[in-house]
Ligand binder design. Sequence first.
Ligand code: BES
Ligand code: MN
Ligand code: ZN
Length: 498
Amino acid sequence: MEFGIKIGTPEKQRGACVVVGIFESKKLSESAKILDKVTQGYIKKILTSGDMNGKVNTSLLLHHVPDTLFKRVLLIGLGNEQEFKEKTLQSAVGTVLSALQKTAVTDVTLFLADFPVKARTAAWKVSQIVIQACNGSYRFDQLKSKPENEQSALRKITLCINDRSELAACETALQQGLAIAHGMDFTKNLGNLAANMCTPTYLAKQAKDLAKAHKLKATVLEEKDMEKLGMGSLLAVARGTDEPAKLIVLEYSGSAKKDNPIVLVGKGVTFDTGGISLKPAAEMDEMKFDMSGAASVLGTLLAIAEMKLPIHVVGVIPATENMPSGRAIKPGDVVTSMSGQTIEILNTDAEGRLILCDALTYAERYNPKAVIDIATLTGACVIALGNSTTGLMTNDDGLAKELLSAGEEVGDRAWQLPLWDEYQDLLKSNFADIANIGGRAAGTITAACFLSRFTKKYRWAHLDIAGTAWKSGKDKGSTGRPVPLLTQFLITQANANS
Ligand code: BES
Ligand code: MN
Ligand code: ZN
């Protein structure tokens, strides 16, 4: 999808289609008023006919409206004007896309003034519309022998603002929104790809290709390298599979001086069977998404590289399958992590923390400004927060604030859970320094407690994206989250630096 920004009002523009907002109880938006005036009340007449009531998710496509320079006018319902919020803007963009899905319209013009989101700037609306439009028009059909759904003809969205002083900020927002959307697309493609294709080796190749295309530095550690580093915990998980494990490091140096980096650590379990603690068969296919943390790290690096953000970021991705086999780890096995701490593996399905802990120890070498890990870590997080909210746990409340507000800003929200000392006791082991599971209570928090044993040397936050990284059911597929949150966080960091 292509985007453009223009200054102007609807009576002076021409094009294939203009979108005009109608609020509930048939109240006209800014551009609807103008169009109604130049067409001698045409829009109002349509509303009186009763065919359009302005409710959210409704639309009506009009052809050859007299006295306009547009070939079509698309009326879309925006609901109650006073209640117009972030979420309403999202659904409005979705409504436009679906209304035009089966038409021949290739380019459409939107007027930002139609969307009265309280306390949000025109620039904010621009980036949200760009993200939502790309998100809504994403299709994954690379594994189909012929495309199933007819592709929408829509290629270009022009966003109109009325105030020239907003132009520069809107242009920046457009670039940032596009970069986020591209990062999300990249993340979704990796997540949606089947696990027989998206292996640790494939992820490593993707990182190398990204490095080539965007001037990043990719390094891939093989199992023998990990052995030398003493990554006994990561390698313990990797024992059960025939696919070689990889530790992928991707570095983006966009700041002039070599400042301490922000390190993003992404869980890259390309398929999680549970191992010897085997998962039930139902919905096990969805465990191909268990590398979504890794995919979001790659997507975020793509986004910031595309924006040429002045910041230093290192992505670290432990990648393996979790499989049962004659060589697989067994409940009760004890392994030694890179940090020297011994771990009793009471459940082989709690494998994410086992690979993350060594990656987190590895991150120490960068003397990081902060480390953020992103992982589809616990089913318990889905129970606690559902599918709309990412779980956040941290050893630094300042960092929590920054991440939470980045998520608010870009509509990719997280919520903080406590990481108090009381929970640490649940990880006691009779045989090793620490057990890899806590028990049924507070499963998301005890998983984070486990990680916290390996993150004492730096500011660290953990994002549990088990509920938010993909959708189940008829819309099954990767969401591309939390690329928006992470990218927005880094944009804010970069702005604070310069
Ligand atoms: N990848 C899963 C977590 C998961 C499960 C994410 C379902 C999304 C949906 C993780 O490796 C796992 O299996 N966690 C266990 C931990 C338990 C054994 C302590 C879980 O959540 O059941
Ligand atoms: Mn598991
Ligand atoms: Zn897992």
